[in-house]
Design a protein around this ligand. Structure first.
Ligand code: RB5
Length: 144
């Protein structure tokens, strides 16, 4: 039996971190859906932000997206209604964006976030639930 599905996508700036997070997540029992890119050859981050957004919207499972800064790919993903992609630099951001924003995509900067810190951020993101309450109306306002 497989674990929870996590989609993951990156551009060339996020490739190395994506590869190490796939190993990490698989070791933690997650079933990782790797949407590419598959090498360090230069590609366009909007393509991969879109792939991740479409995957999340199709099955409701979360995604991790990575580009050099995490900025471009999160902008791309956030163009999709229903997507709340959050660029996180520390575990506390990841906890808060799950609790308050019900973020369904975690964005990381592959050229700025060390691997060990990225693992802590991912763990916090996946372990934290949405608080609901006053935050529910606010996230509903994003799509209306
Ligand atoms: C690619 O060089 C770089 O621009 C991209 O990975 C990302 O940082 C864009 O926001």
């Amino acid at each position: 039996m497989g674990g929870q599905i996590i989609h993951i996508a990156c551009d060339h700036g996020g490739f190395k971190l994506k590869e190490s997070l796939i190993i990490f997540l698989s070791g933690e029992g997650y079933d990782v859906n790797d949407l590419g890119t598959y090498s360090e050859e230069s590609v366009d981050y909007p393509v991969f932000g879109k792939k991740a957004a479409e995957a999340v919207l199709s099955d409701g499972n979360p995604a991790i997206i990575i580009c050099g800064t995490g900025i471009g790919i999160s902008i791309a993903a956030n163009r999709h209604k229903g997507i709340r992609a959050a660029l996180c630099h520390c575990p506390e951001y990841a906890r808060l964006t799950r609790q308050h924003n019900d973020a369904n995509i975690l964005s990381l900067g592959g050229r700025f976030t060390p691997e060990n810190e990225a693992k802590k951020i991912v763990k916090a993101f996946l372990a934290t639930g949405f608080e609901g309450g006053r935050h529910k109306n606010r996230i509903e306002m994003l799509d209306n």
